[in-house]
Design a protein around this ligand. Structure first.
Ligand SMILES: O=C(O)CCC(=O)C(=O)O
Ligand SMILES: [Fe+2]
Length: 358
């Protein structure tokens, strides 16, 4: 990967300063204008809300709801997860405070090439401009490895606001428990041994959680830019803490885009490509994207469960049978395959590259 051009770096947040014109590099190609002007009128998805307490007590109805939603949408929102709304607001608050800092303060945590390697992610603050995408996302972001603690590069964690680290460590510890409960419940909903998905993620000290802190500045030409282009997540599973006031996340189902509702007390779960592979296609990794508001900035925090790249991932043998032949190849380091294609504009379903064609 080319060296990251620190000197030329400009946060999207500052792009409109001066003339206030959105540069062409951010304007979507004509053929990407699928629903220009119409985004606000898109239907809301029929989002399943899962009660974690019921799930953990193995309520058959709740497990069936989970199975059905992950099989159709690949996404649910989870409530009763043990984190209070005021705590979730604190997490959102420190993210907002970080992105509100002056650029020279944020640049102390700038993403450097040396911080990444084939098996460790690039960490720090940046935006997609540094990867020279064809059309850029209207998004500034920060990537931090959040788990396990032994792998955290705390020198890249913001010192301001001063409670950033405490809040994020606390949120990560609670999220790890949430991930574990969800993975167990997902296995149970498929009538598998409840520890089966720990083979995929969670039982290995090289399994990690990568956090992506997103900031989508408001944009007057909001319907001509993408906050985040359509993509499926390359993780095993992802949880997203959405902004509690500003909508923007959309999900694709049967070729149509739907808005994802804001449920302030909920945490959103997306199936990632590696879980779609492990579940032999029963759980779907949905394409999703983010649209930008003309009036308000939006933040979110996506936490990706990334399996040890040395581990071979493939459809579980219990989920392969005559009616459902093996749909995906067995592979290692899906992240590497994923990031070879990721900067492309049309890379919304990279999982197709590892499909077995009968
Ligand atoms: O901003 C959001 O709500 C979703 C972010 C997302 O999809 C990602 O970071 O992969
Ligand atoms: Fe995503």
């Amino acid at each position: 990967m080319a060296a990251l051009p620190t000197a030329a770096f400009k946060p999207v947040q500052e792009v409109l300063e001066g003339e206030g014109v959105v540069p062409g590099r951010y304007i979507k190609h004509k053929d990407e204008h699928t629903q220009e002007d119409g985004d606000v009128l898109l239907p809301m998805m029929d989002c399943t809300i899962i009660d974690l307490a019921l799930l953990s007590s193995s309520s058959p109805q709740e497990l069936a709801k989970l199975h059905s939603a992950l099989n159709s949408w690949g996404c649910v929102q989870v409530v009763n997860h043990g984190m209070t709304s005021s705590f979730l607001d604190e997490v959102r608050g420190v993210i907002e405070q970080f992105f509100a800092l002056p650029t020279n303060e944020k640049q102390k945590y700038f993403r450097k090439e040396e911080s990444g390697s084939s098996d460790a992610p690039l960490e720090g603050y940046a935006n997609d401009d540094v990867y020279q995408q064809k059309t850029l996302n209207w998004n500034d972001n920060m990537h931090l490895l959040l788990f396990p603690l032994a792998k955290c590069k705390f020198e890249l964690w913001p010192q301001k606001p001063s409670n950033f680290r405490t809040i994020l460590e606390n949120y990560t510890t609670k999220s790890k428990m949430l991930f574990d409960s969800l993975l167990r419940a997902m296995a149970r909903s498929l009538k598998l041994d409840e520890n089966n998905f720990f083979e995929l993620w969670g039982n290995d000290e090289e399994d990690t959680i990568l956090g992506r802190f997103n900031f989508y500045p408001r944009c007057p030409a909001s319907n001509r830019v993408d906050g985040l282009k359509p993509h499926g997540d390359g993780s095993a599973i992802t949880i997203v803490l959405q902004d509690n006031k500003v909508e923007g996340l959309q999900i694709l189902k049967d070729g149509k885009w739907f808005r994802v509702p804001i449920i302030p007390e909920a945490i959103l779960l997306f199936i990632g490509d590696q879980m779609e592979i492990a579940s032999n296609g029963i759980f779907k990794s949905p394409a999703h994207k983010v649209v930008v508001s003309p009036y308000n900035d939006r933040v979110s925090l996506a936490m990706f469960c990334i399996p040890n790249p040395e581990k071979e991932i493939g459809p579980l043998k219990e989920l392969i049978n005559e009616d459902r032949p093996q749909l995906y190849k067995r592979l290692k380091d899906y992240g590497k395959i994923f990031f070879q294609y990721y900067p492309e504009n049309d890379a919304d379903r990279l999982i197709h590259t590892v499909k077995i064609n009968y």
